[in-house]
Design a protein around this ligand. Sequence first.
Ligand SMILES: [Zn+2]
Length: 83
Amino acid sequence: MFVIFGTRIKSKIIAAKRDSCLGCNKPTEHELEETSKWLTLFLLPVVSYKSEFIVRCKACGLDNNVSETRSRSFQRNAKLLEK
Ligand SMILES: [Zn+2]
């Protein structure tokens, strides 16, 4: 019997809010993007084993890696987008 394992990376925008940007020094819209790595079985994602969070300025595109704790704080103060 064949068992096919693999990995897959999924990214999605999970929240957005208006905040001041360190890059363009203006209050602009920021997005919180979650990138998660998944183990796949028969090409289907089964288990998420690592997540990274990035806050991105929509005006200048500046990316900031943030911790999971900081991402939760961002989500509390933001409008949550549909998962
Ligand atoms: Zn900016």
